[in-house]
Design a protein around this ligand. Structure first.
Ligand SMILES: [Zn+2]
Length: 301
């Protein structure tokens, strides 16, 4: 009897500790098993965006502080994405653009293919710049509050040439396959301004969620209407990263979620507006537009 009781206690101990120590593992092949708000939420991300259905809005310009600077950073493969964290004392900040607070940058990471679609078109890569309210201590703390976290998303379009601005990033990305998951590699020079489109005036805005478990809602999303170029060779470097189980991370995007009763707003960039109304401003705007196209402004999403 005593032995039986001891065995029972032992089994309970083993089971209890197994529950405590087993971290929740998730992957993109089994989205239906994602927990909590991923399953039950009504304001989930990503969504399909369309100018036809979005409401045009007039937002003030974004104010980016400490964004056009070069940083030392660290990158790691966390088993779900390549994630960059800056090594800085003063963190870059964003405000304006219709945001109700000032938000500090927590991390930058990538999804391939894109998570958001535009008129159901999916892009090869999407960059997320995850920010939290500067009045909160951390991202985790800010996630507890509606509007505590804001993500800026940049969509990439395929370009025949590799953009040399990202050379050091891709060199480091290739090195991640030589180290363990979650082991960091340094990036000596990261020009943060390169991670945003040059024209930051046009964007979609809606309220959604994190796109990975636990899919916490209350996240304010900005998806820029201007993208950045990337080559097929560069996208392939991402898909060579390994998952926790050792396979290639072929893709890491969540499927499109229901809009439900949410409203999506869009701010049209004035540059785009001018080029569209060329009947009025054609002689001035066309050379300007060509100039902007050369600079990479011309790829409207
Ligand atoms: Zn993301």
């Amino acid at each position: 009897m005593v032995v039986t009781s001891a065995v029972r206690s032992f089994l309970f101990f083993v089971f209890y500790n197994a529950v405590l120590t087993t971290a929740f593992h998730w992957d993109y092949k089994h989205e239906e098993e994602w927990p909590d708000q991923c399953k039950n939420g009504k304001q989930q991300s990503p969504i399909n965006l369309s100018r036809q259905t979005a409401t045009e809005a007039i937002f003030p310009s974004f104010i980016f502080e400490y964004y056009d600077e070069i940083y030392r950073a660290e990158i790691k493969n966390n088993g779900h994405t390549a994630q960059i964290q800056l090594k800085v004392g003063v963190k870059p900040k964003v405000s304006g653009g219709g945001l109700l607070s000032t938000y500090v940058l927590d991390n930058i990471h990538f999804h391939w293919n894109s998570e958001h679609t535009i008129d159901e078109e999916r892009f090869p890569l999407e960059l997320h710049l995850v920010h939290y309210d500067s009045t909160k201590k951390s991202l985790a703390e800010a996630l507890k509050v509606k509007g505590g976290v804001t993500v800026l998303a940049v969509l990439f379009y395929l370009s025949p040439d590799s953009d040399s601005e990202f050379d050091s990033l891709f060199d480091t990305l290739e090195q991640l396959n030589k180290v363990k998951i979650n082991e960091v590699k340094p990036i000596e020079r990261l020009d943060l301004g390169d991670f945003l489109p040059r024209d930051r005036a046009g964007f979609y805005r809606y309220e959604g969620s994190l796109t990975t478990p636990n899919c916490t809602e209350g996240v304010i999303w900005t998806v820029f209407t201007n993208g950045l170029p990337i080559s097929t060779r560069q996208v392939k470097i991402f898909s060579n990263l390994k998952t926790e189980s050792g396979g290639n991370m072929i893709t890491n995007y969540r499927t499109i979620q229901e809009l439900n009763d949410r409203k999506v707003q869009v701010k049209i960039s004035p540059i785009e507006f001018s080029s569209a109304s060329r009947n009025v401003a054609f002689p001035i705007v066309l050379p300007l537009y060509i100039g902007f196209s050369i600079l990479g402004f011309g790829n409207k999403l």
